[in-house]
Design a protein around this ligand. Structure first.
Ligand code: SF4
Length: 435
């Protein structure tokens, strides 16, 4: 762990006249350099007689952003105040999902989902409530202690909120659930979810009722795509929710549409029980095995995900794969090429409907959440710059290099699949569609 007090004391001693904001920026830069490269503050900012803030800052920026310092606009370097809150640290103790408190909205207290929750978690404290008020744990890290089964009233069907300036792939969302029991270090819910609980709607039919008659954009795909994995993993709670038992029969009779379960889980029993559907795609988020092991806590390994993928293909579903987030760590080319070959070995290429690629990107607010929850993370060590849409991204030249390598490789391995890049400017990958 980097000793922030030590860096602060060093700055006091080396540049004693610094104002608060200037000191904050140098502290942030030294912290990030030491976290990534080790050593101590004096190694990176040797004491010099005539050192000024400006010289110190440009020296440290050059060290922190060796590949992009010269070309990036100066306002692309995001240097927020260091505010690590140890109380927010993620709890990585393995444990089953077993909420302590289960709140049931009065209008769904007789639903099948409520009954299953009562059978599955008999030790939980059940309370009937009138809404989301007063529900949830104090901290995000304790969100799985609370489950709310509710009736969704407004947010049924919407286009994927691809950020401004990106092309958009026509994806459509039904948000069946909010919150997840996995602990991926990059997960945007850490900063986005303000109700620290798992929310599951009991009125799935109300979502499905919005689909017939709706107008959908199909993007570069043969049919419009609808998915459910924006604010949760589509299958991680399926044993409890049994949403698959409603979704698969519904979409099976609507061949002009395709539905995607987006997941990292191996919770496929519900899907297998439904017997397959050509227009239902199970889309696995995939990554290099070492990255999964280190960063996607509590999730199944790549081999386990692919075993599940082979089973759903055998049952009659098609599959998709999302290389997202790609992180260009040392040796990334081999690692991602091997993962792609592992997928090609596990499932027949003609059953792969689509493959997406997206490099790690995140809102600036997420940076602080990740620092507090995963202080030993390495995912923030990259050269992230504030980009056109307000997101932190790798420099464009690196993104182009990754896409130029991975996209043709994936197109070759999966010739029938639509290979596309996610949340990117249209020109970033001329070889494929940018969604
Ligand atoms: S699986 Fe998805 S929703 Fe769940 S923690 Fe990981 S990134 Fe977040």
């Amino acid at each position: 762990m980097v000793d922030i007090q030590e860096i602060s004391a060093y700055l006091e001693q080396t540049l004693p006249a610094l104002g608060i904001n200037k000191k904050r920026e140098l502290l942030r830069l030294l912290f990030e350099i030491i976290k990534r490269d080790g050593a101590c503050a004096g190694r990176w900012l040797p004491a010099e007689k005539n050192m000024t803030f400006e010289r110190a800052k440009s020296h440290l920026l050059r060290l922190r952003y060796p590949h992009s310092y010269a070309s990036a606009p100066k306002n692309a370097f995001y240097l927020p105040k260091l505010e690590m809150d140890p109380a927010q640290r993620a709890d990585l103790t393995p444990r089953p999902f077993y909420p302590k408190h289960i709140y049931i909205e009065a209008s769904v207290q007789d639903s099948a989902l409520t009954q299953r929750a009562r059978q599955t978690f008999p030790q939980a404290d059940f309370q009937v409530c009138s809404g989301k008020e007063k529900v949830g744990s104090a901290r995000f890290s304790r969100r799985t202690e609370t489950l709310l089964i509710h009736r969704e009233k407004y947010d049924f069907l919407k286009p994927c909120p691809c950020s401004a300036g990106n092309a958009g792939c026509g994806y459509n969302l039904i948000n069946l659930g909010f919150g997840c029991r996995f602990e991926c270090e990059y997960c945007f819910l850490q900063q986005y979810q303000n109700l620290h609980a798992i929310l599951l709607p009991a009125n799935v039919q109300d979502f499905l009722d919005k689909i017939d008659g709706a107008h959908f954009n199909r993007g570069p795909f043969d049919r419009p795509r609808i998915g459910s994995g924006e604010f949760t993993d589509s299958l991680v709670f399926d044993e409890l929710t049994q949403y698959s038992a409603q979704l698969v029969p519904f979409f099976r009779t609507r061949a002009h549409l395709q539905f995607e379960f987006k997941t990292k889980s191996t919770c496929i029993e519900g899907l297998l029980a439904q017997g397959g559907a050509e227009n239902v795609v199970v889309g696995w988020s995939v990554n290099a095995p070492a990255f999964i092991e280190k960063v996607e806590h509590f999730t199944p390994s790549l081999a386990q995900r692919l075993q599940a993928a082979a089973q759903v293909v055998y049952a009659g579903y098609r599959v998709g794969f999302h290389f997202d987030p790609v992180v260009p760590f040392e040796g990334w080319k081999n690692a991602y090429a091997q993962a792609a070959c592992q997928i090609a070995d596990a499932v027949p290429a003609e059953k792969v409907a689509w493959v997406s690629v997206g490099l790690l990107r995140f809102s600036r607010e997420l940076k602080k959440a990740v620092e507090s929850r995963f202080p030993e993370n390495t995912i923030l060590d990259g050269e992230f710059l504030l980009e056109f849409d307000g997101k932190m991204r790798y420099p464009e030249v690196l993104r182009q290099e990754v896409y130029a390598y991975l996209v043709p490789l994936l197109q070759k391995l999966f010739p029938k699949a639509v290979v596309y890049v996610c949340m990117e400017k249209p020109h970033i990958c001329p070889a494929c569609f940018a969604g």
